[in-house]
Design a protein around this ligand. Structure first.
Ligand code: HEC
Length: 94
């Protein structure tokens, strides 16, 4: 095999592998959570499933952070964040 071919093969394989595992691991809400610096505040104020005790309240809390802080998320992004935070911290029934 020529060097260039070998290089291409390795690049293609690793791209396939990486994009596959990225899909498997990354919830779109996790990406939004990181990109919008939610943890800047919520490391000190951890998500509290007792205080926010239903899924609709969770959506509402995210919406109020979004509105009050002018974060500028769309409704579908708020849903994705709610889904991610619910899976990760709250585990409420939807
Ligand atoms: C500038 C700081 C700040 C940022 C940035 C911020 N929040 Fe908040 N968030 C708060 C505060 C303050 C509260 C109210 C906490 C309280 O009353 O104890 C809150 C409450 C919440 C709650 C309910 C908390 C609970 O205990 O259940 C959720 C969920 C939430 N925020 C999600 C988000 C998400 C998602 C983002 C990113 C898009 C975000 N917040 C960004 C400050 C922030």
């Amino acid at each position: 095999m020529k060097k260039a071919t070998l290089f291409l093969t390795i690049t293609t394989l690793s791209t396939l592998f990486l994009s596959h595992s990225a899909f498997a691991e990354l919830h779109p809400g996790k990406v939004l959570h990181e990109d919008n610096n939610c943890l800047k505040c919520h490391v000190d104020k951890p998500y509290n499933p007792v205080k926010t005790d239903t899924y609709p309240k969770l959506v509402k809390s995210i919406r109020s952070c979004n509105d009050n802080l002018g974060i500028g998320l769309f409704d579908d992004e708020i849903e994705e964040l709610a889904d991610y935070l619910n899976d990760t911290y709250y585990q409420h029934k939807k």
